[in-house]
Design a protein around this ligand. Structure first.
Ligand SMILES: [Mg+2]
Length: 403
């Protein structure tokens, strides 16, 4: 079996592109991988094209050999765009290999360890604050609307949600100091006004969702350690899943973890075992977040296994198309140290049509698929109907690009 074609594709995901790699073989097998990155999507696709000459004519089933050939070719660029391109290719290679054998990918890694995985509703309120009107979803004009969204989370069967710093209003907004459009700057300094807004937001979610739903807040990189400590301590009054915070310094993250009784989740933007190693050695987080479309499956499994050796749980970083949902749930199917899995509930209407078999989500859990490969393929007709960048005037074109 030989690889005959390697192509990147973009699909309009409303306010961000979804990026895929398709690999074709001389005996008609096709594999798909997702490596979405809404910051440098053209760069990721360009890197995929840069790797084509290393793949054409090779046997796609030697996945590890090809992964290391690609990594060696680009090791002066460890991480970032090139690693996301490698990940998308590697995920498509696993799909080809598993389909050649007629088994799900997790069978190649000794799975499944479980039949379903608990989910948390991610960007809860965030997506509605930014795109609620364009998506035809209830907007967040007041804290009563946030309470109502908390109730909806319960009614739809979820036992955990994650939000960002959402400020209800008309229009609602989200506070991201790192964004040029945000109220702050890259200084990352926390002020009392934002701390009070966070407290009020979480109180509204807690009122609507009740005592049985765990709440998580994602601070991303938006404060220095000092600000994250103040937020984490303030949130100790709530029934929290975790406080999520990204920081490039393992010691700074450990400082946060040791300063609060809240659980700390982190490391979503790290790639490769080498980037995770210093954080794991310090046991700087309670939950290691792993992005499969940015790491590839083999690295994600290895990182998860390293975390297990340090008595640390994992949770997939997953806010993409349903293909990535299937990548992430299959990671959960092969790791023995899974906390919960992220999923975006509020999304564009064509999300389900884009795959041949959307994942089954029921009562706050996602089922581990049983079909070959990832359990579904991309429907190219739907992909072509929603090009990225979207033409102005299209549903996606009206949403802008934020996240
Ligand atoms: Mg995050």
């Amino acid at each position: 079996m030989k690889i005959t074609r390697v192509e990147p594709f973009h699909c309009d995901g409303g306010w961000r592109p979804w990026t895929f790699v398709k690999i074709e073989t001389d005996d008609g097998l096709v594999g798909w991988g997702e490596c979405s990155d809404n910051r440098n999507a053209r760069g990721v696709a360009g890197c995929v094209r840069d790797f084509q000459h290393l793949l054409i004519g090779r046997d796609p089933r030697a996945v590890e050999l090809l992964y290391w050939d690609l990594l060696r070719h680009s090791r002066q660029n460890l991480g970032g765009v090139s690693h996301k391109a490698i990940a998308g290719i590697e995920l498509a290679l696993w799909d080809v290999k598993a389909r050649a054998l007629g088994v799900p990918v997790y069978e190649l890694f000794g799975g499944p360890l479980r039949e379903r995985v608990r989910l948390y509703w991610s960007h809860c309120g965030t997506t509605r604050a930014r795109h609620g009107r364009a998506l035809g979803l209830p907007e967040l004009r007041s804290y009563d609307d946030v309470v109502a969204l908390g109730r909806e989370v319960v009614q739809r069967g979820f036992s955990a949600l994650k939000t960002n710093i959402v400020i209800p209003g008309d229009p609602a907004d989200t506070y991201f100091p790192g964004f040029a459009s945000g109220a702050g700057s890259t200084d990352g300094a926390l002020d009392q006004q934002i701390l009070r807004k966070i407290e009020r937001l979480l109180a509204a979610f807690a009122e609507g969702a009740g005592p049985d739903v765990q709440l998580a807040l994602d601070l991303n990189y938006n404060f220095r350690t000092e600000g994250a400590v103040k937020v984490a301590r303030m949130l100790e009054q709530f029934n929290t899943l975790w406080v999520e915070y990204d920081n490039w310094d393992p010691k700074a993250l450990l400082q946060l973890k040791e300063s609060t009784t809240n659980s700390i989740a982190s490391c979503e933007s790290l790639v490769s075992t080498r980037q995770y190693r210093p954080f794991l050695e310090l046991q700087a987080m309670d939950v290691a977040i792993i992005d499969v479309p940015w790491n590839g499956f083999g690295q994600a499994v290895k990182i998860g296994s390293m975390a297990e050796a340090y008595e640390i749980n994992c949770a997939p970083h997953n806010y993409y198309s349903h293909l990535a949902d299937l990548h992430s749930v299959q990671l959960c199917a092969v790791l023995p140290n899974v906390r919960i899995m992220e999923i975006d509930v509020d999304d564009v209407p064509w999300k389900r049509e884009l795959v041949t078999k959307p994942p089954t989500i029921d009562n706050g859990y996602i089922q581990v698929p049983t079909g070959p490969g990832w359990g579904a393929e991309i429907v190219e007709e739907v992909l072509r109907e929603h090009p990225w960048p979207p033409p102005s005037g299209s549903p996606g074109g009206s949403m802008g690009s934020r996240y």
